[in-house]
Design a protein around this ligand. Structure first.
Ligand code: AMP
Length: 354
């Protein structure tokens, strides 16, 4: 892992008046670019040929850099170019997937928003579970041995991107039968997780180490195919239900019952406090806890994303929650840029960038 002092010395060489907010052209790049502009920064988007038109079309980027392959960002010459521009990279889901957590940790010397130590805790299912349990969150039950399956479980594979390839099973026999039929390379690396029935909520938080506050900026529900389609026809399909899949195809805005907000805020707070104990200074910046709320109004958390999530794209113009906190349209992308701006003012960039 690149030491924080190495990033700090690169930051020392930055011209604070000429910081560029840079990201990879995918996922939440549009709101990150817009947010950077709204807060008065220059911005840059790194794209593959095919996606460049999107960023041209919206006219949000001051600089558009085309690459053949996103891994090029890790090349020394490319990183030097970013450093010359006083760039701060904003990681998002696709950014981490394209560059890989290990290569980001060990090869990326360009200052990156947030604490890169979090990558380790979030990409390892066991560590993630330890973190959430220590934070006092309720998690779905997990089964070590398929022979123990005594309820509906979701079989999760590490390579299954965006929920594609997960299977459901209610007993050991069903598991064996479906597992045998799979053609995945890593089909022995599965997690057997209790399938929690309830309504999903994906709250988008932002933790600022500058104010030591956890803000609830917005919330969404992922729209997933084919599971959300099956729900419309379940009474007709009955015996011939297709195997459900959970591929994210979009996002729906949601607000939660106001009486549930204290617990939502508490979960965010606890996750931050625990992260500080586990990997000081802990998680900073945007994050999302993926939850299901049961009929007993209990939240079961099945995953955490320790960065900006795609569901925030609904709220480029702010959300009902961010409107209570800010008197300008505050997207998560803009909140990130605001944090960089405040950190520059207070000479505290080291606190928000690693
Ligand atoms: P994940 O890859 O963990 O984000 O899961 C993809 C989707 O599967 C989620 O957005 C949920 O719709 C669903 N899901 C994941 N885990 C569970 C669970 N334990 N119980 C119910 N639904 C789940």
């Amino acid at each position: 892992m690149i030491h924080q002092s190495e990033i700090s010395s690169i930051l020392d060489g930055y011209d604070r008046e000429k910081i560029t907010i840079a990201t990879i052209g995918s996922h939440t790049a549009l709101q990150i670019l817009k947010g950077a502009r709204d807060e008065g920064f220059k911005n840059m988007v790194i794209c593959k040929k095919g996606s460049a038109d999107v960023y041209r079309q919206f006219g949000l980027a001051d600089e558009l850099v085309i690459v053949e392959n996103y891994k090029q960002v890790l090349e020394t010459a490319f990183q030097e170019r970013l450093i010359e521009r006083n760039a701060i990279l904003i990681p998002h889901g696709s950014f981490v997937e394209y560059l890989s957590p290990a290569r980001i940790e060990n090869e990326l010397v360009v200052p990156m928003f947030g604490n890169r130590k979090v990558l380790d805790w979030e990409s390892d299912r066991n560590k993630e579970r330890e973190w959430l349990l220590r934070a006092g969150l309720r998690l779905p039950r997990e089964f070590k041995d398929p022979a123990d399956i005594d309820r509906l479980v979701m079989v999760k594979f590490p390579g299954a991107k965006g929920g594609r390839g997960y299977i459901l099973a209610s007993n050991p026999e069903e598991f064996e039968q479906k597992h045998k039929a799979l053609e995945l390379i890593d089909k022995e690396m599965y997690t057997l997780q209790e399938y929690v029935i309830g309504t999903r909520f994906y709250p988008h938080y932002f933790y600022s180490p500058l104010t030591d506050k956890v803000e609830l900026l917005s919330m969404d529900i992922r729209y997933e195919s084919n599971i959300d389609g099956i729900a419309r026809l379940s009474h007709i399909l009955q015996d011939s239900l297709p195997e459900p899949s959970f591929v994210v195809t979009g996002n729906l805005p949601v607000v939660i019952r106001e009486s549930l907000l204290p617990r939502v805020l508490e979960m965010g707070q606890k996750v931050i406090e625990t992260s500080r104990e586990l990997f000081s200074p802990g998680l900073t910046g945007p994050f999302c806890i993926e939850t299901v709320c049961t009929e007993d109004l209990e939240f079961i958390a099945f995953e955490i994303s320790a960065r900006i999530v795609a569901g925030t794209n609904l709220f480029i113009n702010g959300s009902p929650y961010s409107q209570l906190l800010y008197d300008v349209p505050m997207s998560t992308g803009r909140r990130i840029a605001r944090e960089v701006k405040e950190a520059i003012k207070g000479d505290l960039l080291d606190e928000v960038v690693y």
